[in-house]
Write a protein that binds this ligand. Structure first.
Ligand code: 13P
Ligand code: SF4
Length: 308
């Protein structure tokens, strides 16, 4: 039996569900029960009745699943699979900012630790950030953390001035404007689509800006066109499956001379072998203290309610 088959049998035997993000390697996406963006994954985690959740993504995603499912085992194939954006917002420093602005509503992007979620009023993802910000009355000031690029983009879309945390994703900040324009010239008529974690100058060139799921949906609406895709290259697997005729070109990163794509080293720490091992050994598990969990679940539930 190959690993794929072994994982499929084991997950049936153990009543486990495998949730995977679009940035995972293709073989993990293929064995998953559900592949999605951060919002879709949290919604699936909230509604599953499986006893074990194997989260093929990064730590904050698995942690969100654990906050929603305290009595279930939540496994992450590699505990070192972190996120530069989540790391850019340490809870103790963030707490000082929140305490210094008691009149502000705290909206936090899901790419953050459980401790930061516990300090927040509402969580958002890239697919619902605009809606969440618009749900706050116009006269109430907002702190938006940790992604300054998504924050700036939402400020522009909503016209709301927000106090932005100075965090960013290393993968999305690596796209090169010069190389992108060169590629666009070489591919006249192509459409640039971008994830809002990218810098403003990249977003300004894009015909569509949205979450990973939003980008796939957009491409599905134009199945025979050519796209330059400015997000992590793992998305190309599912995107190409959905639109076999579309031409998909990964946006180039500044330092990348070997291939044209950008990869998240954290997302790529998970492998099919590690996924099998973690399901077999039911380890490594995600743990969240009850004190933090009770606080962190409130802003996540507010997001899920507002996203229905
Ligand atoms: P999505 O919610 O758009 O999938 O984004 C997750 C992420 O980490 C992007 O870098
Ligand atoms: Fe974090 Fe960026 Fe990787 Fe997404 S792509 S998990 S934001 S480091």
């Amino acid at each position: 039996m190959d690993l794929h088959q072994k994982i499929t049998e084991l997950k049936k035997k153990k009543n486990a569900v495998i949730l995977a993000h679009y940035y995972q390697v293709p073989e993990i996406q293929e064995v998953a029960d559900y592949v999605g963006d951060s919002l879709g994954l949290s919604q699936k985690a909230a509604e599953t009745d499986a006893e074990i959740i194997v989260f093929a993504g990064v730590h904050f995603m698995a942690e969100t699943a654990k906050i929603l499912n305290p009595s279930k085992k939540v496994l992450l194939p590699d505990l070192m699979a972190g996120c530069s954006l989540a790391d850019s917002c340490p809870a103790d420093v963030f707490q000082k900012l929140v305490e210094a602005h008691p009149d502000h509503v705290v909206i936090t992007y899901v790419n953050c630790s459980a401790e930061v979620k516990a300090l927040s009023d509402i969580i958002c993802t890239s697919s619902n950030a605009e809606k969440i910000v618009n749900s706050v009355p116009k006269d109430v000031p907002i702190i938006f953390a940790p992604d300054k690029n998504l924050g700036k983009y939402i400020q522009k879309k909503t016209g709301r001035k927000m106090l932005l945390w100075d965090g960013a994703c290393i993968v999305h900040e690596a796209f090169s404007m010069d190389k992108l324009l060169k590629l666009y010239k070489e591919n006249p008529g192509s459409k640039i689509i971008a994830h809002p974690e990218s810098e403003s100058h990249i977003l300004e060139t894009a015909t569509y800006v949205g979450s990973t799921a939003g980008m796939i949906d957009y491409v599905k609406k134009h199945p025979t066109e050519k796209f330059i895709v400015a997000t992590e290259a793992g998305i190309l697997h599912k995107m190409q499956q959905e639109v076999p005729q579309a031409i998909l070109i990964p946006a180039p990163a500044e330092e990348d001379n070997t291939c044209a794509c950008s990869e998240c080293a954290f997302m790529k720490m998970n492998t099919l072998q590690k996924l099998y091992d973690c399901l077999l050994n039911e380890s490594p598990q995600i743990e969240v203290s009850e004190e933090i969990r009770k606080k962190a679940i409130l802003p996540i539930e507010r997001m899920l309610e507002l996203s229905k």
